[in-house]
Design a protein around this ligand. Structure first.
Ligand SMILES: Cc1cc2nc3c(=O)[nH]c(=O)nc-3n(C[C@H](O)[C@H](O)[C@H](O)COP(=O)(O)OP(=O)(O)OC[C@H]3O[C@@H](n4cnc5c(N)ncnc54)[C@H](O)[C@@H]3O)c2cc1C
Length: 260
């Protein structure tokens, strides 16, 4: 039995295919267009936003006599006016490890602009149990004693079930799967597991705002605080408008550009 803290890995992000982008810019008549964007995600978002009005340079569309220069001001304007659909193009790919089923149940409620791969506890046997200790339990000697004893007991239950059903000697995979699924019903909802989560930048902003709110559950606040640490400097023009306030040691992210 182990007490663990959630871990966040940013394992992927959108990348521009340079020669194809250049071909499009030549096609539209703006081959000299460049951007000072600090990331491909922000450059792509700017480019697909400018595509709408052909605002790569003044005059390309006769109705456009001046254009907003710079990736920061351009994306800042998009956030201000709430043209959030442009933010849906760039995707990020995260792995959240050592998170509970409490956390994953809450995370998967965010449907728009996300993709999910969750560790299967029908296939992955719980031969040991790990869990996050919430702050109210951590602060209490009595709470810690009850939690430690209970998780140790439930881990022992998993071992006893494995022994009683001789699952290690079982050759048929479908039988092992059925048994593993039956055993997991006696694991706690706090059991640590892993989930892969991809999202677009618009969804990420919405989830950061909802799930770092002090009214949200502690573990998901903790995880999205870690997410914010990974994205705030990497995509400053898409994430730079957040004010962070410390609540119980976890940041609460607020912005005037709420839910773009
Ligand atoms: C503090 C807190 C407490 C909560 N308590 C509970 C609870 O007690 N019980 C419970 O069941 N849930 C609870 N939730 C979950 C909450 O109700 C939402 O299901 C969850 O936060 C997902 O957010 P979302 O609806 O914005 O979905 P997302 O998928 O993140 O969608 C983003 C936005 O897209 C739009 N959208 C998405 N899907 C649709 C659609 N089908 N139709 C129209 N517009 C759509 C909406 O504008 C939505 O806000 C809680 C959430 C929080 C943060």
């Amino acid at each position: 039995m182990k007490f663990v803290e959630p871990k966040v890995f940013l394992v992927g992000e959108t990348r521009i295919i340079e020669d194809q982008l250049q071909d499009y810019l030549e096609h539209v008549g703006a081959p000299e267009w460049t951007s000072d964007a600090p990331s491909d995600a922000e450059r792509l978002t700017e480019m697909l936003g400018r595509l709408c009005y052909r605002s790569f340079k003044p005059g390309l569309n006769p109705n456009v006599t001046r254009t907003r220069e710079g990736n920061g001001p351009y994306l800042g304007h998009i956030l201000e006016v709430g043209h959030g659909s442009v933010l849906e193009h760039a995707m990020l790919n995260f792995v959240f490890a050592d998170v509970s089923r409490v956390f994953t149940h809450e995370l998967v409620r965010h449907r728009a602009g996300t993709a999910i791969s969750q560790e299967s506890l029908r296939f992955v046997r719980l031969d040991s149990l790990s869990t996050y200790v919430p702050m109210h339990i951590k602060e209490s000697e009595a709470g810690m004693e009850i939690m430690t004893r209970t998780v140790e007991h439930l881990e022992q239950v998993q071992k006893e079930l494995a022994e009683a059903y001789k699952i290690d000697d079982e050759k048929k995979f479908d039988v092992k799967k059925k048994l593993t699924s039956a055993f997991r019903r006696l694991a706690p909802i706090g059991v640590a597991t892993t989930i892969g989560w991809s999202c677009n930048m618009r969804s990420l902003r919405h989830v950061l705002e909802m799930r770092t709110d002090p009214g949200a559950e502690e573990e998901i606040r903790f995880v999205f605080a870690k997410v914010y640490e990974l994205v705030k400097d990497r995509y400053p023009n898409l994430m730079g408008d957040y004010e962070s306030t410390d609540v119980e040691g976890i940041p609460w992210l607020q912005t005037k550009n709420r839910k773009v």
